[in-house]
Design a protein around this ligand. Sequence first.
Ligand code: GRF
Length: 218
Amino acid sequence: MNKKSVAVLISGSGSNLQALIDACAAPEFPAKIVHVISNKKDARGLVRAKEAKISTKVISHTDYPQRESFDAEVSKVISAAKADIVCLAGFMRLLTPGFVKEWQGKMINIHPSLLPSFKGMHTHEEALKAGVKIHGCSVHFVVPEMDSGPIIIQAAVPVLPGDTPEMLGERVLKAEHQIYPHALKLLASGTLRMEEGRAVNTYQAVHEYTLFNPDVRF
Ligand code: GRF
């Protein structure tokens, strides 16, 4: 099988990276992770990558005076790894429009809210503050405006009485681990593309949203 090569960008724990690593282990999965880049040298995700025998690189943003020069280095490393697809998995840096345009249609991100609600940080606190009864996560194509690209797939979880941001975040994270590999599968297999500002999935049998149920497997 001609698998697509993927670079994953992380900053922290890397549990979404782990979900992608686990999915890629299946022989029929249409993608393989060829490189993991972190802007933080102590990111736990780097250990996960090493355990999976995936090459890693730390590119510390503090070594670069401008966002442009940091992004240029990241792009150079992704290209050198011959990646076809870029997955942002808890990567906590804003990317410059130039970088985003270079990878547009080939770069996806997981965000812990049902977009377009609760863009940015602290999404679980914001969801509790707003009093929503349903919260969740979204995988979207990356465009220059933060958390605004075409939505590929979403999963919804209930907000339960007595939830703290941590409890809600944990519930959402489990859903993230389900939908991110699924979105990558769609993109890598060629059934999904970004077209005129929309995520177009030509494989109609696949649901583009789900009510999170840990027993459901795509
Ligand atoms: C996830 O909630 C992701 O949606 C957000 O940051 C968190 C990263 O978690 N962007 P992890 O590093 O994948 O464990």
